[in-house]
Design a protein around this ligand. Structure first.
Ligand code: PRP
Ligand code: URA
Length: 209
């Protein structure tokens, strides 16, 4: 699929296996989520635009590249997407951070929005939407719809684990955005949980269950 990258780096695969383990506690789960976000971010940000500036080295003056344009916007989907923010900030400390609050209705599995605040001007920024889990794709499609309605144009979506159903739905709804996936899992179960997955990412990051 064009614009879809499954990142198969061994370090990412190793850390995802540790995330899956039901015996991995909250503290380690948070650290692993951040580390995976950093490794995925390195890959997802390899096309950031550059411009040349003049720098005086101890030897001579040279033209050398730095990041160009408005600062990156990281937009986590609350709650679980928050767990990936620091991992990307480790790469781009000056990025702005927006928030989109969505929760899935436990019966219909449809997303409901409860909060949205995006850095302005959003239309001039590269936007990285984070959520560890892409399950039915409902939350991701809604978040990207929302960002586009507010003027967002250059959008990347980063998730740690995707179900085939959710990946297809997001790609079909938004074929223009770049999607980065840590691992493509087998399927969704009857409760719309990813199998084998890692359980409820928000609960595991925040220790709420
Ligand atoms: C989880 C997850 C995604 C969403 C994925 O969030 O973090 O946002 O479900 O499911 P979908 O692809 O079927 O929409 P949840 O709604 O459980 O909220 P939380 O992060 O606050 O726990
Ligand atoms: N949200 C999660 O946190 N985990 C899943 O498996 C599906 C949706």
């Amino acid at each position: 699929m064009e614009n879809v990258t499954i990142i198969s780096h061994p370090l990412i695969q190793h850390k995802i296996s540790m995330l899956r383990n039901r015996h991995t506690g909250t503290n380690e789960f948070r650290t692993l989520t951040e580390e995976i976000a950093t490794l995925m971010g390195y890959e997802a940000l390899r096309d950031l635009p550059l411009k040349n500036i003049e720098v005086e080295t101890p030897i001579e003056t040279c033209m050398t590249p730095v990041l160009a344009g408005k600062k990156l916007a990281i937009v986590p989907i609350l709650r679980a997407g928050l767990g990936m923010v620091n991992g990307i900030l480790a790469l781009v400390p000056s990025a702005k951070v927006g928030h989109i609050g969505l929760y899935r209705d436990e019966t219909t599995h449809e997303p409901h929005e409860y909060f949205c605040k995006l850095p302005s001007p959003i239309e001039l920024r590269t936007i990285v939407v984070t959520d560890p889990m892409l399950a039915t794709g409902g939350s991701a499609v809604s978040a990207v719809n929302f960002i586009k309605q507010h003027g967002g144009k250059s959008i990347k979506f980063m998730c740690i684990i995707a179900a085939p159903e959710g990946l297809k739905r997001l790609h079909e709804a938004h074929p223009d955005i770049q999607i980065y996936v840590g691992h493509l899992d087998r399927e969704l179960n009857e409760n719309a949980y990813i199998c084998p997955g890692l359980g409820d990412a928000g609960d595991r990051i925040f220790g709420t269950k």
